[in-house]
Design a protein around this ligand. Structure first.
Ligand SMILES: [Zn+2]
Length: 210
C-alpha cells in the first residue's frame, strides 16, 4: 500500500511483471543458481540474490486501509493477489503489511532506532551464524536446518499447529525455522524458542485471504 512506489515510474510493483517472468525466479530463489538452456546448449550460472518486492493489497491500494475506502470487487482483489503464485509466495520468507499513515501521524512520528545501531546488531547476528555453521542461516541446506534451527518443545508445538492450520508445505516449514533462528540470533538467544517461532510465523501472513 505504498503510494510513493505506485506513482513513481522508476519502480514496478511485483504484480505488474509478467507471470512467466516471476515464475522463473523460483529456481534461483531456491538453489542460488540458474540454468539457461538455448538450443542444444545448457549453462549454469550463480544467481544468489536477495529479493525485495512491493505490492498493493488490491488494484486501488486501499484494502484494509484505516483512512479511505477500497473500491475493488472481491473478484478484482482475488485476480490481483493471484498474480503472485502460491509457489512463488512460498519462497518469500518475510511478508510484511505496511499500512498507510495519516498526515498528522507522520508529523508526530517518534524517532526510531538509528540505522547504525541496527546495522551493528545485524553484523553481530551474522558473526554468530558464521561462528556456528560457517555460513548464513539463509544458506543452510535442509539437513543443517534440523541440526542448527531445531526449536524447543513449545516452539515446535506452535510451529506444527500453524503448519496444519495454514496448510503449509515442507518448504515453508523449513523457511520459518531459518527466519526464527535469525530472530533468535538477533536477540543473542542460543535456543530457538516459542516467541521466535511466533514472530517468524506472522511474517508469512500478510495477504488477506478471499
Ligand atoms: Zn481496492
Amino acid at each position: 500500500m505504498n503510494k510513493e512506489i505506485q506513482t513513481d515510474k522508476k519502480y514496478n510493483l511485483i504484480p505488474e511483471f509478467d507471470r512467466k517472468v516471476l515464475e522463473v525466479l523460483r529456481e534461483p530463489m531456491e538453489s542460488g543458481h540458474i540454468t539457461i538452456s538455448r538450443a542444444a546448449r545448457q549453462a549454469d550460472f550463480p544467481a544468489r540474490f536477495q529479493l525485495i518486492a512491493a505490492m498493493n493489497p488490491c488494484p486501488c491500494g486501499m484494502l484494509g486501509a484505516q483512512h479511505g475506502q477500497c473500491r475493488c470487487t472481491p473478484d478484482q482483489i482475488r485476480r490481483y493477489q493471484g498474480k503472485i503464485s502460491g509457489p512463488l509466495l512460498d519462497r518469500i520468507d518475510m511478508q510484511i503489511e505496511v499500512g498507510s499513515m495519516a498526515h498528522d501521524e507522520m508529523l508526530q512520528a517518534v524517532q526510531g532506532e538509528s540505522t547504525a545501531s541496527i546495522a551493528a546488531r545485524v553484523q553481530q547476528a551474522h558473526s554468530i551464524q558464521r561462528a556456528r555453521q560457517s555460513k548464513s542461516n539463509c544458506q543452510l541446506p535442509v539437513q543443517d536446518i534440523d541440526r542448527y534451527c531445531t526449536p524447543d518443545a513449545a516452539g515446535e508445538a506452535l510451529l506444527r499447529a500453524a503448519m496444519q492450520r495454514l496448510n503449509w508445505s515442507a518448504r515453508a516449514y523449513h523457511r520459518v525455522l531459518k527466519v526464527a533462528r535469525t530472530i533468535a540470533d538477533l536477540g543473542m538467544a542460543s535456543t530457538v524458542g516459542k516467541s521466535h517461532i511466533a514472530e517468524a510465523i506472522q511474517y508469512r501472513r500478510a495477504l488477506r485471504e478471499y
